[in-house]
Design a binder for this molecule. Structure first.
Ligand SMILES: Nc1nc2c(ncn2[C@@H]2O[C@H](COP(=O)(O)OP(=O)(O)OP(=O)(O)O)[C@@H](O)[C@H]2O)c(=O)[nH]1
Ligand SMILES: [Mg+2]
Length: 439
C-alpha cells in the first residue's frame, strides 16, 4: 500500500498530490514519482519551445506565460482570431517592423509606386535602335518590289539579251506609256532613250536600263526636300487628300517625329465628316503626347482649324497639324471647303498654314497626278507625301508627279509602322527601284 509518511521531505505540493492519489485508490505507491517527473519534463519542454518561438518573433512579449498551457497548436489558434484581436500590432506597425528587419527589401512597395508614376500614359513609341543603312535600303527595296515588277521588271524582260532595233523601241514605248508614269513623263523618258541611243550608237539593249535609271533619278532629284520647321510659331501644317490615302496615320507619324525632335504638337481634328475620325486622331494624340482640339461631329471644319491655331497661340505650342476629311479632288464644293479652312487659319496668324501637304496613295497610279494637280490649283501645295509604296505595282507614278509638279516630296510611306514614314531620298529610291533580284 502507498504510505505518505515515506515522503516527509517533499514539498507541500507533492504531499497534497500524494493524498489525492492515495484517496482515489487508483494509483498506488511509487508510480506517483515518475508521473510527476514526466509532467515536469513536459512543462519544461513546452516552456523551452515558447521561449524559442518568442525569440524568433512568433509570440508577442507577455504572451509566453498565458500561452504555455495551450501552446501545442499556437498557429491554428492565431488564424482563428479575428483581425482586430490578432496581437497588439497594427498593419502599419507590422510593416514598420518588417521594414526594420528586411532592410532594402521592405522598400519594394515604394519602388512599385515610383515605377507607376514614371510609366508613360500612352503606349510607348518604340525606340528601335537606328537601322543600319543596308537594312533601310532592303526595306525600301522590299516595299518597291512590286513597283519594280510593274516598270523595271518589264524593262528587264524586254532588254535581256536583245539588240536595239525598231521593234524593241516600239515595245519600250508601250511599257513606258502603260506604267503609271503619266504620258508626259513617259514621253520624256522615251525621247531621252532615243537621243542617247542615237548619239552613242548603242546596240546592246541592256544599256537602256541604265539610261532610264539615270533619267528617272534626274526627274526625282530636285524633289528631295525634307520637312523643315521654321522658327515662326505656331508652325501650322494642313494635311489634305482623297479618302483613305493615309492622312490621319501620316499625321500621327509626322507628329511622332516632331515630338522626338522636342517640339510640342497640337492636332486640329478638322475631319468632322467621317464618324470616329476624331477618335482615330485622339488615339494618335495619346500615343505621341500631343494635344488635340476637336468638336462634335458635323461641326464646321474651318472653326476647328481656327480653334486649334488659336489654342496653340494661347498655350505656346510649337506645331499645329490639321487633319481634314478625305474628299474627291473633283468635288467643287468640298475643295471650296478646304480653301475656307486654309483662309480662316490665316486670320489667327497671317503666315498660317506654313505647310499644305497632299497625301497620295501610290496604288492610285496615274490618277495621283490628277489629284496633285487639282489640290495644288485649289490650295497651293507646299509638299507631297506618297504612301503605301509597300506592295504596289504603281509606284512609278512618283515619276509622273515629279515631272508634272514642282512640289517637293516630303515623305514616302513604306508601311504602317511609325518608322515606315521616311524622308524622300531620290538616290535611295531609284537604287531600290532598280535593284537586281538578288540585292
Ligand atoms: N501599307 C501601308 N498602309 C498605310 C500606309 N499609310 C497609311 N496606311 C494605312 O491606310 C489606311 C487608311 O489610313 P488613314 O490614315 O485612316 O487614311 P485617311 O486618309 O485619314 O482616311 P480618311 O480620313 O477616311 O480619308 C490605314 O489602314 C493605314 O494604316 C503605308 O505607307 N503603307
Ligand atoms: Mg483620316
Amino acid at each position: 500500500m502507498y504510505d505518505p509518511t515515506h515522503w516527509p521531505t517533499v514539498g507541500p505540493l507533492f504531499q497534497a498530490l500524494n493524498k489525492v492519489m492515495a484517496r482515489s485508490g487508483v494509483i498506488h505507491g511509487p508510480v506517483t514519482i515518475p508521473l510527476v517527473a514526466v509532467l515536469a519534463l513536459l512543462f519544461v519542454w513546452i516552456l523551452i519551445r515558447l521561449i524559442r518561438r518568442r525569440r524568433a518573433g512568433e509570440v508577442a512579449p507577455g504572451e509566453v506565460a498565458a500561452a504555455a498551457p495551450e501552446a501545442i497548436e499556437p498557429e491554428a489558434e492565431e488564424e482563428e482570431l479575428p483581425e482586430e484581436e490578432r496581437g497588439e500590432l497594427t498593419d502599419e506597425e507590422i510593416e514598420a517592423e518588417l521594414a526594420g528587419e528586411l532592410g532594402e527589401e521592405a522598400a519594394e512597395p515604394e519602388e512599385a509606386e515610383l515605377v507607376e508614376v514614371a510609366a508613360p500614359v500612352a503606349p510607348p513609341i518604340e525606340e528601335a535602335p537606328p537601322e543600319p543603312k543596308l537594312s533601310l535600303f532592303a526595306r525600301l527595296r522590299r516595299g518597291l518590289s512590286k513597283t519594280a515588277g510593274g516598270l523595271v521588271g518589264r524593262i528587264d524582260n524586254l532588254v535581256r539579251g536583245r539588240r536595239v532595233d525598231r521593234d524593241l523601241m516600239a515595245e519600250l514605248e508601250e511599257i513606258l506609256f502603260t506604267a503609271d508614269l503619266g504620258p508626259a513623263a513617259a514621253e520624256k523618258l522615251l525621247t531621252a532613250v532615243q537621243d542617247r541611243v542615237r548619239e552613242e550608237k548603242i546596240e546592246e539593249a541592256e544599256r537602256i536600263r541604265a539610261i532610264l535609271k539615270d533619267e528617272i533619278r534626274a526627274i526625282l532629284k530636285p524633289h528631295e526636300a525634307a520637312l523643315q520647321v521654321s522658327a515662326d510659331r505656331p508652325y501650322v501644317i494642313m494635311v489634305v487628300g482623297v479618302n483613305g490615302v493615309g492622312k490621319t496615320t501620316t499625321i500621327g507619324k509626322i507628329a511622332s517625329k516632331l515630338a522626338k525632335e522636342g517640339h510640342s504638337v497640337i492636332f486640329g481634328a478638322a475631319d468632322t465628316f467621317r464618324a470616329a475620325a476624331d477618335e482615330q486622331l485622339t488615339i494618335w494624340a495619346e500615343r505621341v503626347g500631343a494635344d488635340i482640339v476637336r468638336q462634335k461631329s458635323g461641326a464646321d471644319p474651318s472653326a476647328v482649324a481656327y480653334d486649334a491655331v488659336q489654342a496653340a497661340v494661347n498655350r505656346g505650342v510649337d506645331i499645329v497639324i490639321i487633319d481634314t476629311a478625305g474628299r474627291l479632288h473633283t468635288k467643287h464644293n468640298l475643295m471650296e471647303e478646304l480653301k475656307k479652312v486654309k483662309r480662316v487659319m490665316g486670320k489667327v496668324r497671317p503666315s498660317a498654314p506654313h505647310e499644305i501637304l497632299l497625301v497620295l496613295d501610290a496604288n492610285t497610279g496615274q490618277n495621283a497626278i490628277a489629284q496633285a494637280q487639282s489640290f495644288h490649283e485649289a490650295l497651293g501645295l507646299t509638299g507631297l507625301i506618297l504612301t503605301k509604296l509597300d506592295g504596289t505595282a504603281k509606284g512609278g507614278c512618283i515619276v509622273g508627279i515629279c515631272d508634272e509638279l514642282a512640289t517637293p516630296i516630303r515623305f514616302i510611306g513604306i508601311g504602317e509602322k511609325l518608322d515606315d514614314l521616311r524622308p524622300f531620298n531620290a538616290d535611295d529610291f531609284v537604287e531600290a527601284l532598280f535593284a537586281d533580284e538578288g540585292d
